[in-house]
Design a protein around this ligand. Structure first.
Ligand SMILES: [Mg+2]
Length: 176
């Protein structure tokens, strides 16, 4: 088994940045001051699959909109696993690991930009979207063929769950 596949098989949790990972990085600023983001339903479904299979999932973002909380609570992520306003992200990542009693090297993280580099160096499997910045691509073990907001989250969750035989094509398996 290659080192990459071996790591996929040892992952116990996921952590993700938001802008440029769950989204294409576009933020629509409205006159009322709200910031609107487009998410991909296929990514959301994969997160839900991971949660239903008892993988803790963290959201660690510099963003601070309530819509981020609402979006990820909708797919089953616990409020305390959603870290907003996280600009220096390592302490939040380690807090997530501590609370779930998992080691940093058991976590797959995906980020796309310079604020993510600290976690990418600390986590077990460093991944990024196809359109991540070069500084991030250089240190990632896996670069998805999908860009941010277009299925890169689905890509990595699906690989982990499949290699661990936790992925099901039976719709009834995800009705919980
Ligand atoms: Mg980002």
């Amino acid at each position: 088994m290659s080192n990459y596949k071996y790591k996929l098989s040892s992952i116990k949790a996921f952590a993700f940045d938001v802008d440029g990972v769950f989204t294409d990085g576009t933020v629509l600023a409205t006159d009322s001051g709200d910031l609107l983001r487009c998410h991909n339903a296929k990514d959301g479904f994969a997160v839900r699959m991971a949660i239903l299979n008892d993988y803790p999932v963290a959201i660690i973002t510099g963003g601070s909109s309530n819509s981020i909380i609402n979006r990820f609570k909708l797919v089953g992520i616990e409020r305390e696993d959603i870290y907003l306003g996280s600009h220096y992200k390592i302490p939040d990542f380690l807090d997530f690991c501590d609370r779930h009693k998992i080691r940093p090297d058991e976590v797959l993280f995906m980020g796309d930009d310079i604020p993510d580099i600290g976690i990418l160096k600390e986590c077990g499997l460093a991944t990024c979207p196809a359109d991540a910045v070069n500084e991030v691509k250089e240190i990632c073990e896996y670069i998805s063929s999908y860009p941010g907001g277009k299925g890169c989250v689905r890509d990595v969750i699906e690989q982990v769950l499949k290699i661990q035989e936790r992925w099901s094509a039976n719709p009834e398996a995800y009705s919980g």
